[in-house]
Ligand binder design. Structure first.
Ligand SMILES: NC(=O)c1ccc[n+]([C@@H]2O[C@H](COP(=O)([O-])OP(=O)(O)OC[C@H]3O[C@@H](n4cnc5c(N)ncnc54)[C@H](O)[C@@H]3O)[C@@H](O)[C@H]2O)c1
Length: 364
C-alpha cells in the first residue's frame, strides 16, 4: 500500500468527527474538574497532553523527574505554563506516587526512559524507570478511586513483524510481538503487567495506547539518540551539517504528530469502548526516513545527505493498522507528515533557543 492511496488525513478525521457528532474537545468535556495524574507530563507528549487536559477544565498533576533533556530542555515544552501542578519526582518513589494517586480519578502513565539507544546503553536505568516505575504505579493504583489508567506503550513492541523481512508492514494490535530492543521489551512487559494487574471488576480500568513515531514542534533531540528523525535532520541541516541517514533511511516509520497523539491519549481516558483494550496510535501511512529528508530539502536546499550505519535495535519498522483506533477510540490522525514537517521547520525558525548548545557545540 502506498501513502498516495489514502484520503487526506484531515478529511478522514473530519468524517470521524461528523460520525461522532462532536469535536475532540467537546468529547473531553467529561473530564471537566476530573483529577488527572500525568506521569512524564513534563516531556514532549506529556506536556502537550497536559495542556489539552487543562484546557478542557481538568485538574492535572504532573509527576516528572524533569531531567530527560540537558540544559533544561524541558523548558521548551512549557508544562509550567499549562496550569497543571508540577511535582518533580520519580515514579519509583512509592510514597510520592501513593499520595498523588490517592486523590486521582484518572492516570496517564507516560513517564519512561524514552529513548531506544539510551535504554540499550543503560539497561539498568531503563529497567528502573520503565519496568519498576510501572510496577509502582500499578501497585499504588490498587485500592484507590482511580477509574482508568491509560498506559503509554510503543509500536516498538512489533519489531520488524513476524517475518523480520523488509517492510513496510502494517501492524495490527493482535499480531505476534517481537521487541528488538531493551526499550521495546520494557514496553511489552509494562503492557502485559497492566493486563495482569488491572481490569478486575470493581478496580481501575485500563487502556493501552501504542504510539508510532511521534514528532512535531517542540520536539528536540536527546544526545546520543537515533530516534526522532524530524528534529535530528532539521537541526543537522539548520547547523549546516549533512543530514545523516542511518542505514540509508530505508526504515519505515508511521509519523504521527504530537498534537494528534495528545488528543488520542486524552480520548483513551473517556471512550467507553477503550476499557481493557490496546490500540495503535498512528496515521496508517508508511513514511521512509529518507522521505523525511526529502520533505526538508526545500527548506534547506544546501543540505547534504550522508549514509551512516543502522544502529542496533533500530527496526525496519512499519505502520499502524488504524481500524481499531477508528472503532474504539473514535479517533483518526489529522496532521499529515507534509504539514507536520512544515509546522516544525517554521517553529524552529521562530525558536532559536530550540537548538541545544550540546548539539551546536559538539556536533554529536
Ligand atoms: N516519542 C515517540 O516517538 C514515542 C513513541 C512511542 C512511545 N513513546 C512513549 O511516549 C511516552 C512519552 O515520551 P516522549 O516522547 O514525550 O519522551 P520524553 O522523554 O520527552 O518524555 C518522557 C518523560 O518521562 C520523564 N521520566 C523519565 N523517567 C522518569 C521517572 N523514573 N520518573 C518520573 N518521570 C520520568 C522524563 O523526565 C520525561 O519528561 C513515553 O512513555 C515513551 O516511551 C514515545
Amino acid at each position: 500500500m502506498s501513502a498516495g492511496s489514502h484520503a487526506p488525513l484531515n478529511e478522514a478525521a473530519d468524517d470521524i468527527d461528523e460520525g461522532v457528532g462532536e469535536s475532540v474537545e467537546a468529547r473531553l468535556e467529561k473530564l471537566r474538574d476530573a483529577r488527572i495524574v500525568v506521569t512524564g507530563g513534563g516531556g514532549l507528549v506529556g506536556s502537550r497532553l497536559t495542556a489539552l487536559l487543562c484546557k478542557v477544565g481538568a485538574q492535572v498533576t504532573v509527576l516528572d523527574r524533569m531531567d530527560a533533556y540537558p540544559e533544561d530542555g524541558h523548558a521548551i515544552f512549557g508544562v509550567e505554563k499549562t496550569g497543571a501542578t508540577l511535582v518533580v519526582g520519580d515514579v519509583c518513589d512509592r510514597e510520592a506516587v501513593a499520595v498523588l494517586l490517592r486523590d486521582a480519578d484518572y492516570v496517564v502513565h507516560a513517564a519512561a526512559y524514552a529513548d531506544v539507544a539510551a535504554c540499550t546503553r543503560d539497561p539498568d536505568i531503563a529497567f528502573r524507570a520503565n519496568v519498576q516505575g510501572t510496577q509502582v504505579i500499578l501497585e499504588e493504583i490498587a485500592g484507590t478511586g482511580v477509574r482508568r489508567l491509560v498506559l503509554v506503550s510503543s509500536a516498538s513492541v512489533y519489531g520488524d513483524g513476524p517475518t523480520g523481512s523488509p517492510g513496510p508492514h502494517m501492524f495490527h494490535e493482535d499480531q505476534a510481538l517481537f521487541p528488538l530492543s531493551v526499550y521495546a521489551n520494557g514496553k511489552l512487559w509494562a503492557e502485559h503487567q497492566t493486563r495482569l494487574m488491572l481490569g478486575a471488576a470493581g478496580g481501575a480500568e485500563y487502556a493501552i495506547v501504542r504510539y508510532f513515531s511521534v514528532y512535531g514542534d517542540p520536539q528536540i533531540p536527546k544526545p546520543g539518540s537515533h530516534s526522532w528523525m524530524v528534529p535530528w535532520l532539521s537541526l543537522q541541516a539548520k547547523l549546516g551539517r549533512p543530514m545523516r541517514l542511518n542505514g540509508g533511511g530505508v526504515q519505515v516509520r508511521d509519523m504521527v504528530h504530537v498534537q494528534d497523539v495528545a488528543e488520542a491519549t486524552a480520548l483513551a481516558l473517556v471512550e467507553e469502548g477503550m476499557a481493557g483494550q490496546t490500540v495503535n496510535v498512528g496515521t496508517g501511512r508508511p513514511t521512509a526516513v529518507r522521505k523525511v529528508a526529502d520533505l526538508l530539502m526545500p527548506y534547506f536546499p544546501d543540505a547534504e545527505r550522508i549514509v551512516t550505519p543502522r544502529p542496533e535495535g533500530d527496526p525496519l519498522g512499519g505502520y499502524a493498522s488504524t481500524e481499531r483506533a477508528r472503532e474504539l477510540l473514535r479517533w483518526q490522525a489529522r496532521i499529515d507528515v507534509e504539514e507536520g514537517v512544515d509546522r516544525y521547520v517554521r517553529w524552529l525558525e521562530k525558536t532559536p533557543e530550540a537548538v541545544p548548545r550540546w548539539l551546536a557545540e559538539d556536533g554529536a
